[in-house]
Design a protein. Structure first.
Ligand code: PLP
Length: 373
């Protein structure tokens, strides 16, 4: 038996997305930039995909820019906006590296979060002034799953930095919350196909009408003059199919998977001594279960779980040979010893009761084995 509980890293493709993309990998292979019938067929498919993605994101079709990944969408938002406006960039301290590193490249600063993993609005306000041109706050965090209060963030930004563009990284949020509604206050919104049953290597950025960006990838300007390089037609078509399936099933999946997540988290908290849940569950996306175990090293735990057939991940990374706590847990003030014993189990549409049962057996056994030494 095996259980894939790493859906925040990537998801298996939805059958609809696979089916949608196959013809564009075979007989419908055209490059949409041409002018003959084969090219026009590909162009039509992209424009249909753009309409579907726009509807799923609460945008107009002409506001959707297809990119090569969520990372590229985030970079285009932060660096593209900063290149036009100059000034200062501010992002939350728990952003994915795609935003965090882009902010660092632009010489920007980070805004703190509370112990609950939610942005501290007063401290954000303290960093904002008329010179701030880009603010980036994710809709849901990839490690601990916290949903950020974007409407409140937007209100603070509009008041204190009236010329700033607000970007939100909705890459992890999209499978779980109504991004069309919750990201409505943002000028820029990023998603990534492989986090919700689409393929890897395709993303999208909503760039609201009137928002000025400078491209970060230069060439033929194929994608609305904001992104160069040939369109990944098959990937874009599959991304759109995954958007549609996700939006159609979101409410039912959130209910089913949220119940599985609660059984998993509650079961592990009850059966593993000295275990703590990270953050406030009521403010998390339904697929996130993030725990820490005293006296355990995540890396060793992951190896044992892998051996037991469980794919999971941890809130730490091995940097230059030393294990370091993740910047998200550090920003939340999680003590280093706890952060280094953390485990992220992320559920998705293919997660079953049997997966949860396996984890409820294997995690306590692995923790106990590591504690025995
Ligand atoms: N933003 C968040 C919150 C993510 O979790 C990820 C991927 O893990 C990305 C951006 C990057 O997306 P991609 O893998 O498509 O580059």
């Amino acid at each position: 038996m095996a259980a894939y509980l790493d859906n925040a890293a990537t998801t298996p493709m939805r059958p609809e997305a696979v089916e949608a993309m196959l013809p564009f990998l075979t007989e419908r292979f055209g490059n949409p930039s041409g002018s003959h019938a084969t090219a026009r067929e590909a162009k039509k498919a992209i424009e249909e995909a753009r309409e579907i993605v726009a509807a799923g994101l609460g945008a107009r079709p002409q506001e959707v820019v297809f990119t090569g990944s969520g990372t590229e969408a985030d970079n285009l938002a932060v660096l593209g906006a900063h290149a036009v406006a100059g000034g200062r960039v501010v992002c939350s301290a728990i952003e994915h590296h795609a935003v965090l590193h882009a902010t660092q490249v632009a010489g920007g600063v980070t805004a703190p979060v509370g112990a609950d993993g939610v942005i501290d609005l007063d401290r954000l306000a303290g960093l904002l002034d008329a010179d701030v041109t880009v603010v980036s706050v994710m809709l849901a965090n990839n490690e601990v799953g916290t949903i950020q209060p974007l409407a409140d963030v937007a209100a603070v930004v509009r008041e204190r930095s009236p010329r700033a563009l607000l970007h939100t990284d909705a890459v992890q949020a999209f499978p779980w919350v109504d991004v069309a509604e919750l990201a409505a206050p943002a000028d820029l919104v990023a998603i990534s196909g492989h986090k919700f049953g689409g393929p890897k290597g395709v993303g999208a950025l909503v760039v609201r009408d009137g928002v000025a960006l400078r491209p970060i990838v230069h060439g033929g300007g194929q994608e609305r003059d904001l992104r160069s390089g040939p369109h990944n037609v098959a990937g874009i078509v599959a991304l759109a199919a995954a958007v549609r399936a996700t939006v159609d099933r979101r409410a039912a999946e959130v209910e089913r998977i949220g119940a599985l997540r609660d059984r998993l988290a509650d079961g592990l908290l009850a059966s593993v001594p000295d275990s703590i849940e990270t953050g406030d569950r009521s403010r998390k996306i339904a697929g996130n279960c993030h725990l820490s175990f005293g006296g355990v090293e995540s890396e060793a735990l992951l190896v044992l779980l892998d051996g037991a057939g469980i794919a999971a991940s941890a809130g730490s990374a091995c940097t230059s040979g030393a294990i370091e706590a993740s910047h998200v847990l550090v920003a939340m003030g999680v003590p280093a010893a706890r952060a280094l014993g953390s485990l992220r189990l992320s559920l998705g549409p293919t997660t079953t009761d049997a997966d949860v049962d396996l984890a409820l057996d294997a995690v306590p056994a692995a923790v106990a084995r590591l504690r025995e030494g």
